[in-house]
Design a protein around this ligand. Structure first.
Ligand SMILES: [Zn+2]
Ligand SMILES: [Zn+2]
Length: 356
């Protein structure tokens, strides 16, 4: 019985090409009490591996969070399997706006302590007492209301390339930090303002909205299904799209285009551009925005230092890295002082508060 991924990404990519079948990328999550995550995990792996599912799925005693792809012609079998599981019956599946056959190249089902690393201690508040879900049309009405404060619950590298018109985009490294900043900034408006929040697929708002209610906010709302479901509804129901730019996603597509606006700029030259890249120096791997011109000039590196290191023979690079505790925490390292055009979003946040 094979319970873990065996093929390399390269082998898998070749198989996908050979199969020549259209794959669907989708995501879903559910908070639910799972008594034995390990058994549940093994069951999912066995069933989904047979359905040619690829992706990253987290299972915890608090629920499941999955981002995955599968052949479009096996979708019905997959859905039928979900329906056999109590808490996944009729679950909303967020189907990706832009499809890419190689969004995932491995099937990884992992048991974790939590399905999102949110830094919140669950025992302190009731996570089921969450905000009111808004569908796209209602969400549009709410965000035009001057009594509404709209908050982007994602990290800075995500909101930088795309966000809703008029949204506050806290410049923080962690979800936990953003909660404190938002609470502090809005502490005088806990009862009179509508606090409306959104994230990629809705999962981060599930807990954040419950947290803010616990902190005394009276009017807490969240975008149902996040940006992904919003976009689907906008397209399907012909509703006005109020999202500018791209939606950052956590698979090999990196982002999906929602509107034609380019709201970010190259961190090196400042020209409008919104595609993330990782610094080519393996010891750095910084996630940053780099235009094609700078990419060529800088050899896909974030600094001249990285460029010099990257030119060294591999063995010498390895020697340099020794003892340097290389954390490949690509997202956290998104804030780099040496990048002249890396926007300081915290200033935008302050500015917004003053102009309110
Ligand atoms: Zn540039
Ligand atoms: Zn670098």
């Amino acid at each position: 019985m094979q319970l873990y991924n065996k093929l390399s990404a390269k082998e898998r990519a070749e198989l996908i090409d050979q199969a020549g079948k259209k794959r669907l990328t989708l995501s879903f999550y559910q908070y639910a009490k799972i008594e034995n995550p390990q058994i549940f995990r093994d069951h999912l792996f066995l069933t989904w591996d047979a359905l040619e599912v690829l992706g990253r799925i987290y299972v915890a005693t608090e629920g499941i969070n999955g981002q995955l792809s599968l052949p479009a012609d096996r979708f019905n079998e997959f859905k039928a399997h979900l329906d056999t599981i109590d808490f996944l019956k009729d679950i909303r599946l967020n189907i990706a706006v832009e499809q890419y056959n190689k969004s995932f190249l491995k099937l990884k089902v992992k048991v974790r302590n939590k399905i999102v690393s949110d830094g919140l201690d669950d025992d302190t508040f009731d996570v089921t007492n969450k905000g009111i879900h808004l569908a796209a049309e209602d969400f549009n009405k709410f965000i035009e209301d001057e009594n509404t404060v709209l908050v982007d619950m994602r990290n800075h590298y995500e909101s930088e390339i795309g966000h809703f018109k008029n949204a506050i985009t806290p410049d923080v490294d962690t979800f936990r930090d953003s909660l404190d900043i938002i609470e502090e900034d809005l502490k005088d408006h806990k009862e009179d303002k509508n606090l409306v929040m959104y994230c990629t697929g809705g999962i981060r708002c599930e807990k954040a909205s419950a947290y803010f209610k616990h902190k005394g906010f009276k009017n807490v709302y969240q975008l149902e299904g996040g940006i992904i479901e919003y976009t689907r509804q906008v397209n399907e129901q012909n509703i006005e799209n109020k999202f500018l730019g791209k939606n950052f996603v956590f698979d090999d597509r990196r982002a999906e285009k929602i509107s034609d606006d380019i709201i970010a700029s190259c961190h090196q030259c400042g020209e409008p551009f919104d595609v993330h890249t990782n610094c080519a120096n393996e010891a750095c791997h910084l996630l940053f925005i780099q235009c094609p011109k700078c990419k060529e000039e800088m050899e896909n590196c974030c600094s001249t230092t990285c460029m010099e290191i990257n030119r060294l023979p591999y063995e010498e690079q390895k020697e340099l890295r020794k003892g340097q505790g290389n954390s490949n925490d690509i997202f956290k390292k998104g804030r780099a002082d040496h990048l002249p055009h890396k926007k300081d979003l915290r200033n935008i946040f302050d500015h917004f508060q003053k102009s309110k």
